[in-house]
Write a protein that binds this ligand. Sequence first.
Ligand SMILES: C[S@@+](CC[C@H](N)C(=O)[O-])C[C@H]1O[C@@H](n2cnc3c(N)ncnc32)[C@H](O)[C@@H]1O
Length: 360
Amino acid sequence: MSADLLSSAPFAALNLQRYPAKHAKDLQAWDAADAYLASFIRKDAALVVLNDSFGALHAMAIQCGVAVVLHINDSWCSRHAIEKNTHTELIDYVGQVTTCALVKLPKSLSMLEAQLLQLANGITSPVEVYFSGMQKHVSNGHLALIKQYCDDVEYLPTQRKARMYRANLRPSQQRIQPYSQSVPELDLILQNVAGVFAEQKIDIGSRFFIEHFSQLPAAKTVADVGCGNGLLSLAYHQRHPDAALYLYDESKAAIESAQLSFAANCPQAAVEILHRDGLVGVTQQFDLILINPPFHQQNTITTDIAISMFTQAKQCMHADSELWVVANRHLNYQADLKKLFRRVSVMAQNAKFVILKVMR
Ligand SMILES: C[S@@+](CC[C@H](N)C(=O)[O-])C[C@H]1O[C@@H](n2cnc3c(N)ncnc32)[C@H](O)[C@@H]1O
């Protein structure tokens, strides 16, 4: 282990930026778990990095002389940050030879399990894996999964509040199938890929929103920003089957879930499902935009993504377009929306949620 890499100094010198940069404020693009993981990088490793947040691990691997760094990464924003910060094209792990993996533990246990199996499917002999995360984000569930799929699990001392486990991942041909979730009241069977938002249970905010879908206009074009498994678009399609639907999400698991859910429930729908950061780069205008905004990026709680989505939505609206937002009342998005739009109306609310209709 390199003691130098345990300090933040080498990361500071890399001048890494978070993405989206405007959300960064005082947040830096790496943490003590990255520093700890980086201390195990060896020059001769055939390295796979899982969940590199903004490219800190990739950049450090280049600095250590590693020839090729492969990735398993769900997030469009992280993938974009890795490419920007390292000036390289991200290469996905698809079963290439590997001798070592560094895992930044994801929040979702099912995503960790799917990622470990993706790696285990491609190896023919055990591979050394280092797992780390800040201790407040690491649970017994993470450790149980590591023990389930790995041998020789060792606990290394916690450093600057970063946990570390070393283990040998066993080869495996096991695969995780999407979770089929029946929604009888909508006559839908959702297909949820590991790690997608609301994987096991419909979000109560989405449910409240759908209960009020009779108020939505009949639109020709509809954007669903942060679509998750596509639930909102599927519910809209049931009422307005002729609408052209455009779904966007920064999570690969969401994109795959939405694709599978549309294929399983309404394969004839006119739908495009795109992996990207909100509506960045979209020049089309939509008659209707639906948003159930996220309130965190990885483990950081933030309203910045929601506000970015609203700003992006405005660019994609004409004079008669409607933006509908469902949100936790306590987040008070009404105030943010009023700064951006002329007309903001409360269409429904209960003790927890509010549904807002917004026009330019
Ligand atoms: C609260 S969930 C809503 C999911 C779905 N619309 C529903 O109602 O069940 C928010 C979604 O936004 C996605 N998301 C987060 N940041 C994003 C971004 N920058 N661009 C696009 N989608 C994003 C998350 O992956 C998640 O699927």
